[in-house]
Design a protein around this ligand. Structure first.
Ligand SMILES: NC(=O)c1ccc[n+]([C@@H]2O[C@H](COP(=O)([O-])OP(=O)(O)OC[C@H]3O[C@@H](n4cnc5c(N)ncnc54)[C@H](O)[C@@H]3O)[C@@H](O)[C@H]2O)c1
Length: 447
């Protein structure tokens, strides 16, 4: 027992222990919203509806069925509806095969999902979540119709990843009932739910969405409206540094393995191949059009121009053998990167794992600081929870903001100043966010 106690004390003061305790309390803190009292009366959610039975809509509908809440699933065309339903059934049957569900449970859950092509069938739902194509015109049509048909007091939610929730709310005459519910793919598996609070979102709608998150067994985190919300907005600078590292001398497998050894569930290039490189490309093209001076990712664009969308096309940053998911380093990618360096007169250098990790993780930290200062995230630990539950950030490091606190913000800023001296690392990128700079100067922490 003496030995046990000695070891326990050693572990208790370790950074890993601190990180895990931080994550525990952070998850509880995320449920609290300073200006929404805990006794705010929520709206009942007994019936739900989902618009669009694609990748996300199907998974979201499964969440409701799993929680025992009947859910209507609406599509525009019969074949899309049938395709969506058969994917859902396949998912449930896979779970049954693994012994996670009985055959009766599969039927019970399928029975809670009510397919339809008619908006009238949704009219009495308490909450409706839209998961149609990511195009503002399509969303506008859906929200105008919802405004016409849904009963008063119904919550109108959008699963948009990048569009302006305030604008979507403005398509209705009830912006107070509109909110963002940003699920992560696969929606039936991933724990994270970003609840996006619009300018006009009513407090009881926000409280109801947070409560619904709990019912659906998600970890809900409040985010303000901005491009990419908390998680994907931070991903941009992270991926930008990952791409710049390639330009300077690293290969996708070097970047991925450095970050994976550090603890990330998957490195950025393997993740992109899994999620589909076209998803980010689509968003970048919109950014380029909106702001021609926005930073480019020429290598990522090139990969997409070649149709290398990732696992689904058999090649991306890596190549994949038919039916397998193993990422195999690809000479073609190496050549493409080498050609890019030559064209831009970049003399490749050997980049060590420590620099790879610091540049990618501090890119997250700096954007996290901006998100905090802007009030997009309510608290630093909310940012940590987003990365721990949605982006495979290692739990024993406690999330990007706690990690920065652990390293010491002074040290983070010092490393950033060093990167700023490297012309290939995008010097302007490394200007510390004002909040980070001031906390570092005062010897304080984010948490
Ligand atoms: N795929 C992801 O990883 C992911 C993650 C988070 C959020 N999102 C967001 O979720 C939404 C849906 O994305 P997805 O990946 O499921 O797309 P998807 O293309 O797989 O599915 C969209 C579905 O909507 C249907 N649809 C289109 N217009 C419709 C309309 N007017 N009425 C009813 N149904 C309509 C389509 O037939 C299709 O089945 C998008 O806003 C996307 O940005 C996607």
């Amino acid at each position: 027992m003496r030995t046990e106690r000695e070891l326990f004390l050693q572990l208790m003061v370790s950074p890993e222990s601190r990180a895990l305790r931080h994550a525990f309390f952070a998850e509880r803190a995320a449920a609290k919203i300073p200006d929404v009292p805990e006794d705010t009366k929520t709206r009942p959610v007994r019936k739900a509806a989902v618009i669009g039975a694609g990748t996300m809509g199907g998974g979201i509908a499964m969440n409701f069925a799993n929680a025992g809440i009947p859910v209507s699933l609406l599509e525009v065309k019969e074949d899309a509806l049938q395709k969506g339903l058969s994917t859902i059934r396949k998912n449930y049957e896979n779970s049954a095969r693994k012994g996670k569900l009985t055959a009766a449970q599969v039927e019970e859950r399928m029975g809670l999902i009510r397919p339809t092509l008619k908006y009238q069938d949704l009219a009495d739902a308490d909450v409706v979540i839209e998961a149609v194509f990511e195009e503002i015109g399509v969303k506008e049509g859906v929200f105008r119709t919802l405004d016409e048909v849904m009963k008063p007091g119904a919550i109108l939610a959008t699963n948009t990843s990048t569009l302006d929730v305030n604008k979507i709310a403005s398509f209705t005459r009830r912006p107070q009932d509109v909110i963002g519910t940003h699920f992560f793919s696969p929606a039936n598996v991933m724990k994270l739910l970003e609840v996006v609070r619009g300018q006009a979102t009513a407090k009881d709608v926000l409280a109801t969405a947070m409560e619904l998150g709990k019912k659906l067994r998600k970890t809900a985190v409040v985010s303000g409206v901005c491009d990419g919300f908390i998680g994907n907005r931070m991903l941009h600078p992270y991926l930008r540094q990952a791409n710049l590292l390639l330009e300077e001398g690293a290969l996708p497998q070097h970047v991925d393995s450095a970050l994976e050894k550090w603890g990330m569930a998957m490195g950025p290039f393997r993740v992109s191949d899994l999620a589909g490189n076209d998803v980010g490309w689509f968003i970048r093209k919109r950014h380029y059009a909106e702001d021609p001076s926005s930073p480019k990712l020429p290598l990522a664009d090139r990969i997409c121009e070649l149709g290398r969308f990732g696992q689904k096309t058999g090649s991306g940053w890596y190549r994949y053998e038919a039916g397998k998911r193993d990422a195999i380093p690809d000479r073609a990618v190496e050549e493409l990167i080498a050609a890019h360096r030559k064209e831009n007169r970049i003399e490749p250098r050997k980049i060590n794992a420590e620099e790879i990790v610091e540049r990618c993780i501090y890119a997250l930290v700096n954007e996290g600081a901006k998100i905090l200062a802007e009030g997009i995230a309510q608290r630093a630990s909310d940012v940590d929870i987003v990365y721990l539950t949605g982006y495979g950030f290692p739990p024993f490091r406690g999330g990007p903001m706690l990690y920065a606190d652990t390293v010491g913000l002074y040290n983070v800023v010092r490393a950033m100043n060093r990167f700023a001296a490297n012309p290939h690392a995008d010097p302007g990128f490394w200007k510390p966010a004002p909040l980070l700079a001031s906390l570092a100067a005062e010897g304080k922490t984010f948490n």
